[in-house]
Design a protein around this ligand. Structure first.
Ligand code: SF4
Ligand code: SF4
Length: 178
């Protein structure tokens, strides 16, 4: 007798619709996790995220820190043999976590600071980004202060932002997503 697995499309909200067909085709080969430079910091791997989603278990995927450590490097997406857009899946998870008010506050603060800097300067300004992320957590600031001072002394951190003129199309695209 053959056993069939029924995936739970109905349990996932409509934001997932464009991805469902491909997600259902995941063969759980693990190439995505094996290609991921951030996997060691993730509490569950990209492969496991895809598995949870194809079972309709979005809540469990959202409870993981995986999407917050995704560097959007696209390694997983270009290597996935089934053409699954895993990088986009991570972006949808971040948006869903924000919409549902379950985003990890530190990650959210860092993400907002990142987007604001890209919008204002056209690229990131590390010193401000670090200070904004760390000032909310003084203990962490104290811990990292010696390293920060060393980097500053060696000229590895700019004191002023480099300003790059961004194409209008890119500005519009960012504004649409805010
Ligand atoms: S690489 Fe693609 S097919 Fe393989 S586990 Fe990851 S998502 Fe699934
Ligand atoms: S896009 Fe994200 S999940 Fe995919 S390999 Fe890069 S860091 Fe990992």
């Amino acid at each position: 007798m053959e056993t069939y697995i029924t995936y739970s499309r109905a349990k996932l909200p409509e934001e997932w619709e464009p991805f469902l067909e491909k997600i259902e085709g995941c063969i759980q080969c693990g190439v995505c996790s094996g290609s991921c430079p951030s996997v060691q910091m993730m509490d569950i791997t990209p492969r496991q995220i895809i598995h949870l989603l194809r079972l309709g278990r979005e809540d469990e995927a959202l409870a993981a820190n995986t999407m917050w450590f995704c560097a959007s490097c696209y390694s997983c997406t270009v290597r996935c043999p089934m053409g699954i857009e895993i990088t986009e899946v991570m972006a949808v998870l971040r948006n869903r976590a924000i919409e549902r008010g379950i985003a990890e506050p530190r990650s959210l603060r860092a993400s907002r600071a990142f987007v604001e800097q890209i919008t204002h300067y056209g690229r990131i300004f590390e010193l401000e980004l670090l200070l904004r992320a760390k000032l909310a957590y003084p203990l962490s600031l104290m811990k990292d202060l010696p390293l920060g001072l060393t980097l500053l002394r060696k000229g590895k951190i700019n004191l002023k932002p480099d300003i790059v003129k961004m194409p209008q199309r890119l500005k519009d695209s960012i504004a649409k997503r805010l």
